[in-house]
Ligand binder design. Structure first.
Ligand SMILES: Cc1ncc(COP(=O)(O)O)c(C=O)c1O
Length: 473
């Protein structure tokens, strides 16, 4: 039995370049370099590797069961009971996971620093959120994990707990402790591990190895998959695989790309080979980048000692006020050098490393940051912590009811006291300042204005951020 059924089938089908009497519309005519199909110059480089699963890598009736076999191999590799490949990112995984564990009206304890897709999950599932906040670092103003003691906040009738770990700034919750506390409540633990796909391949493993019932990871974020690829996995026996399958199928395209899916399988195959040592090297490189940067006067580099929590070993998170640096300006300077950073706000700059980053690259980046800081530094200043890590919403309505309620548009600066029907989400990190069903406050209105001056505030219906859709009373 092949260890890479999907990948083998993909290469085979690609080499045949069949001439189908069905989709895809490009009919594999752009595969060869001397294609004469319309617009070959632009189409060929873009879609020569596109191959559907149905009628492409597999036949129309999926008789080779390539996807199911490949998902099984992934779940075995990460110690899960079951896995589903996703081409709608971890966004799809989060929506599926919540829909699988909570029925309309059922109570779910939810980390309010979660990604916007969690709010979509609440609209789709109809689950009723009880928000929980992570511990916020007293000086750095960033989340440093949700303590297990907060699990009981959901009350005795909570059916599930949804926590994001790693956070966008690379801090980790103690998933094993969360799993124990959740299971003691007879509830299930769902972890958004979008940023931690690599954790499943490191000693100690990721959320599933630590006892979570469902974990979703973006293969495209910190491993090697095509953009949009993710996997949701099931651990333990508290949730039946059929429940997760129903929810994944509810949210999935019926025309998945075999190319995207095969890139997930290829990632697993690489991680079993030279990807494993490469990941170990990347972890060492990240540690040495942190150590070198920490020598810069005034610059705080997040460590387990100064954050008080475990860290994602592939993140370099810089805290800048003591060096008198504006993170947005530093991010912009690095962009000019061709190095987009993961996130940058006034106080914090986040870098994601990966197993393909070489030692020479890590040295170059460390040098570039050092000289950019030399240019941009100023006198030590007071921190201006980002607002999205501290949102403690006044929940006025369920997210689902607010989303489907009649709505009206009002000026944002006159909206205090009204119930939002939409999201305002600074991106990155994609954590909404306000979401459907939450009461708009003066503090939130100001936070939206501040965020709008330095970053993209996504998903607001008014891109100028002057008006907001509220629930019509
Ligand atoms: C914590 C978190 N969860 C989920 C997602 C969604 O992941 P994807 O882009 O793979 O849909 C993101 C995206 O940035 C995220 O930050």
């Amino acid at each position: 039995m092949s260890d890479s059924p999907l990948l083998d089938a993909w290469f085979h089908a690609r080499s045949l370049a069949r001439r189908p009497l069905q989709i895809p519309g490009h009919k594999n005519r752009y595969v060869s370099a001397d294609s004469t199909a319309p617009g070959a110059e632009v189409m060929a480089p873009l879609i020569r590797d596109d191959l559907p699963l149905q009628g492409g890598a597999d036949d129309n009736s999926f008789s080779k069961k390539l996807l199911v076999r490949s998902e099984k191999l992934w779940s075995t590799a990460v110690g899960a009971q079951h896995a589903r490949f996703l081409v709608g990112g971890s966004s799809q995984g989060n929506i599926s996971a919540v829909t699988a564990v909570a029925n309309p009206g059922e109570r779910v304890l939810v980390d309010r620093t979660s990604h916007r897709s969690l709010h979509a999950a609440l609209v789709v599932s109809g689950a009723s959120p009880v928000w929980v906040l992570p511990e916020i670092h007293p000086e750095f103003g960033i989340p440093v994990g949700v303590p297990a003691s907060r699990i009981e906040q959901g009350g005795a009738d909570q059916v599930a707990v949804f926590i994001t770990s790693p956070s966008y700034v690379g801090t980790l919750s103690d998933v094993a402790a969360l799993a124990k506390a959740t299971h003691d409540q007879d509830s299930v633990l769902v972890i958004d591990q979008a940023w931690g796909a690599h954790l499943d391949f490191l000693p100690g493993g990721g959320a599933i190895a630590q006892g979570a019932d469902i974990a979703t990871t973006s293969v495209h974020k910190t491993l090697l998959g095509y953009s949009q690829t993710a996997v949701t996995t099931l651990g333990g026996h508290r949730i039946h695989a059929a429940r997760l399958d129903r929810a994944v199928d509810l949210t999935a395209t019926t025309s998945p790309s075999a190319t995207l899916l095969a890139s997930i399988e290829a990632t697993r195959v690489v991680m079993a080979g030279d990807g494993g040592p490469a990941l170990d090297r990347a972890v060492e490189l990240t540690a040495s980048m942190r150590a070198t940067l920490a020598k810069i006067t005034g610059l705080v580099v997040l460590t387990e000692a100064n954050s008080g929590c475990q860290l994602d070993p592939l993140k370099v998170t810089l805290w800048l006020p003591r060096a008198g640096i504006d993170g947005v300006a530093l991010g912009a300077a690095l962009w000019e050098f061709g190095h987009g950073v993961e996130a940058a706000d006034a106080d914090t700059l986040v870098i994601t490393m990966s197993l393909v980053d070489e030692e020479a690259f890590a040295t170059e980046i460390t040098d570039t940051i050092t000289s950019a800081i030399g240019v941009l530094r100023g006198p030590s200043r007071a921190p201006t912590p980002a607002a999205m890590w501290r949102v403690s919403p006044i929940v006025a309505m369920s997210p689902r009811d607010a989303f489907f309620a009649p709505r009206r548009r009002v000026p944002l600066d006159q909206a205090a006291g009204l119930i939002s029907a939409e999201q305002f989400t600074p991106y990155p990190p994609g954590v909404p300042l306000i979401a459907p069903g939450e009461q708009i406050t003066q503090e939130i209105i100001e936070a939206i204005a501040i965020a709008g001056r330095s970053t993209r505030v996504a998903y607001a219906s008014d891109p100028e951020l002057r008006t907001v859709e509220v629930v019509a009373s």
